[in-house]
Design a protein around this ligand. Structure first.
Ligand SMILES: *Cc1c(COP(=O)(O)O)cnc(C)c1O
Length: 337
């Protein structure tokens, strides 16, 4: 199957499976797993933080960050389109008693600084306490400009807010700009990053922050059932995700740009090429196209795409340029049949 639904579908590499089979492990709840410790140390160093914590998912890493920065009755500012507002089951509210204050995302994925300023609540018993600004990079495949990150960081600092990055795909953002990941993460008090998307690890994310924040996060992780014991088996693959899979992301970006350009040539699709900056593209179907029929035809030909009238297509390690050419062939064939 050529699976374009998400980069979460990536299979672990042969090297990952081998290193997993040989990983030295211990009980990570006791802090005794040498491979988990080594991954965490390596990530902290690589991203420029005091500490790092291995988590079972990106959702958990984000939730731990929100719960470590905020107390009951606090709020965080985030984009209306933010994963940690829209796609994480309301976890901050449900489990953290933390109120989200979602704000409009601009077309480029940023949140207008004036909107952030205006949403910060005064110290008044009527209001939740605004504690944290949470940004996402990449967001919808788009890279947030470095100059914006510096401005948002300065705003947060001057207004006494902490600033968190949902960096599930921050490696894609770094590779797209040809800069080190640490150049992006330097603007934040905490960062979450997924190892299991384009970076191909089977399971796992990381939360980065200072020692105090990570200590709090470890306590919440245990309470949430995220203490994983011999997790070094997974962390071993995570180490290779960071050392061997980051630079490769540029191939995914090239493939997404190629696919977008080719689809934009067809009258059946509307693709905003300027929005295709990393490994993700959104193709709007023309009214004449039956979305279900297209998806059905693709599936019969061994291609999986997301349902809907705007289809999100995501490139990753297990989709080659040859696969993309097949996708284009199959779609053209469907439209001319
Ligand atoms: C995938 C994703 C997450 C959550 O990751 P899971 O591991 O699926 O829980 C968080 N934020 C963003 C932006 C994501 O794309």
């Amino acid at each position: 199957m050529i699976d374009l639904r998400s980069d979460t579908v990536t299979q672990p590499t042969a090297a990952m499976r081998l290193t997993m089979s040989r990983a030295e492990v211990g009980d990570d709840v006791y802090g005794d797993d040498p491979t988990v410790n080594s991954l965490q140390d390596m990530a902290a160093e690589m991203f420029g933080f005091e500490s790092a914590l291995f988590t079972c998912s990106g959702t958990q890493a984000n939730l731990l960050a929100l719960m470590a920065h905020c107390e009951r009755g606090d709020e965080y500012l985030c984009g209306q389109q933010a994963h940690n507002y829209k796609f994480e089951g309301g976890g901050a509210a449900v489990l953290g008693s933390i109120q989200p204050q979602p704000l409009l995302n601009q077309v480029d994925g940023t949140i207008a600084l004036a909107d952030i300023e205006a949403a910060i609540k005064p110290d008044d018993i009527h209001f939740a306490r605004t504690r944290l600004l949470s940004l996402e990079n990449t967001i919808g495949g788009k890279v947030i400009p470095q100059s914006y990150l510096a401005d948002a960081q300065a705003l947060a600092f001057h207004r006494g807010l902490k600033i968190h990055l949902d960096g599930a795909r921050v490696a894609n953002a770094a590779v797209a700009q040809n800069i080190a990941i640490s150049k992006i993460t330097a603007h934040f008090d905490s960062v979450s990053i997924c190892l299991s998307k384009g970076l191909c690890a089977p399971v796992g994310s990381l939360l980065l922050g200072d020692e105090r924040l990570i200590k709090k996060a470890i306590r919440w992780r245990k309470m949430l059932g995220g203490g994983m014991r011999q997790a070094g088996i997974l962390a071993a693959a995570g180490k290779l995700a960071l050392t061997e899979q980051v630079q490769r992301l540029s191939e995914d970006h090239d493939n997404a740009a190629y696919l977008a350009r080719q689809l934009a040539e067809l009258s059946e699709f509307d693709v905003d090429l300027a929005a295709v900056q990393t490994n993700m593209l959104f193709a709007k179907l023309a009214p004449k196209v039956d979305a279900d029929l297209l998806a059905k035809h693709c599936r019969a030909e061994g291609i999986l795409i997301s349902p809907g009238r705007t289809i999100r297509l995501v490139t990753h390690k297990d989709v080659s340029r040859q696969d993309i050419d097949k996708v284009l062939r199959v779609m053209k064939q469907h439209f001319t049949a």
